[in-house]
Design a protein around this ligand. Structure first.
Ligand code: NAD
Length: 352
């Protein structure tokens, strides 16, 4: 089922969770992650073309709801996403998301998609793409601290994109670690369940933190991060929600997506406004240094930026051309005479 041309469009393709999962299996998980990482990297190279703004956040005592818009002038995208760490206690996801892609020319939506699974994929693909630029080239062992919804996606992206072959898992909830061990059984990774964060970081050249707690947490203390390590800090992504001890930040070279957003939401909210950080797009374009020596600690202070969701939605839309796997959503009003919206409603009146 190929997609309709714009002139024939009276519906919006909608990718449900079921179809997103079918798409991943049709393409293959690792291939999806590699292709997504490429798509995200390609858009980082076109950085100046994008409208950029810190996401719009509505905070509440237990979480946050955010809107993340961007456009490259030809297409426009936004994601609706929440972050509610208490949700898992009630059997709900911490993060749920959906997103929309539209043509700038007409303003018409061209894709509506679930983005809970897609966010896990794009966050993992972004982490691994960034690590390709910043982590030691021979890094094969990753500590994965926080074994919730995002964690296996992170592990698989680091395998597929960076060649990581061993993951050392830790979570305060041993049940979460056991779940991740089970899920990664046939992944081809060596999977080691650890009883403490200190054990998890032993021998790891990459440390990923991906925990959820609405507080200034200390998942990593200074003594846990040795020379030469790349830290991929995913979980601290809101004001008042961080994962790393401040001393680690002071010893690291810090790389960020979009400074005006990361200063508010990232690990660097603990640092003065003028603390130097490097923008990733500059490293990706070869205009700023990434890792320059073997003893340097590199830190990706990840918060998730709108261009990554834009890239992911465009990737999914292209994949629909090859694989179908969408529903037709009746969300475009389409009267024969574009000015006769009222007449269209009248003609839809049920017969008496
Ligand atoms: P989740 O609730 O499914 O998993 C979080 C896990 O962290 C849980 O298993 C929990 O037991 C564990 N945890 C909490 N405190 C811990 C501690 N002190 N030590 C070890 N483990 C601990 O959440 P998720 O969907 O996996 O998301 C994780 C975090 O990543 C959230 O904070 C979310 O907001 C963030 N996130 C960031 C991005 C990004 O782009 N940077 C994208 C998606 C999610």
């Amino acid at each position: 089922m190929s997609l309709p041309k714009p002139s024939e469009r009276a519906f919006v393709p909608f990718v449900s969770v079921a179809n997103m999962m079918a798409l991943i299996h049709a393409v293959g998980l690792e291939r999806t992650l590699v292709e997504l990482a490429d798509a995200i990297e390609t858009d980082f190279k076109r950085w100046e073309l994008f409208d950029k703004t810190p996401r719009v956040a509505a905070h509440s005592p237990d979480g946050v709801i955010e809107l993340m818009p961007t456009s490259d002038g030809e297409q426009y995208a936004f994601k609706y996403v929440n972050g509610h760490p208490k949700n898992t206690r009630e059997g709900l996801q911490t993060v749920q998301a959906f997103g929309l892609l539209a043509d700038v020319d007409t303003g018409y939506p061209v894709l509506l998609s679930e983005m809970t699974v897609l966010t896990a994929l794009r966050t993992a693909a972004t982490s691994a793409m960034v690590a390709k630029h910043l982590a030691p080239k021979d890094a094969r062992v990753m500590a994965m601290i926080g074994n919730g919804a995002q964690s296996e996606f992170q592990c698989m992206a680091f395998k597929a994109v960076c060649g990581v072959d061993t993951v050392r898992l830790y979570d305060i909830d041993a049940g979460a670690t056991a779940k991740a061990v089970r899920n990664l059984e046939e992944s081809g990774l060596n999977v080691v369940a650890c009883a403490s964060p200190e054990e998890a970081v032993e021998g790891a050249q990459i440390i990923t933190t991906c925990t959820a707690d609405k507080q200034y947490a200390t998942i990593l203390t200074d003594n846990m991060v040795g020379a030469g390590v790349h830290v991929n800090a995913i979980g601290g992504d809101c004001p008042g929600k961080t994962e790393l001890h401040r001393d680690i930040l002071l010893r690291s070279d810090i790389f960020v997506e979009y400074p005006p957003q990361t200063r508010i939401e990232g690990e660097i909210q603990a640092l003065p406004e003028d603390h130097p950080v490097t923008e990733l797009w500059q490293v990706i374009r070869g205009e700023a240094a990434g890792r320059v020596d073997a003893r340097q600690i590199t830190l990706f202070d990840s918060v998730g930026f709108a261009t990554e969701d834009f890239s992911a939605l465009r990737y999914v839309r292209d994949a629909l051309e090859r694989h179908g796997m969408y529903d037709r959503l009746d969300m475009l009003a389409d009267p024969d005479d574009p000015r006769d919206l009222f007449g269209m409603v009248q003609r839809a009146r049920p017969a008496d």
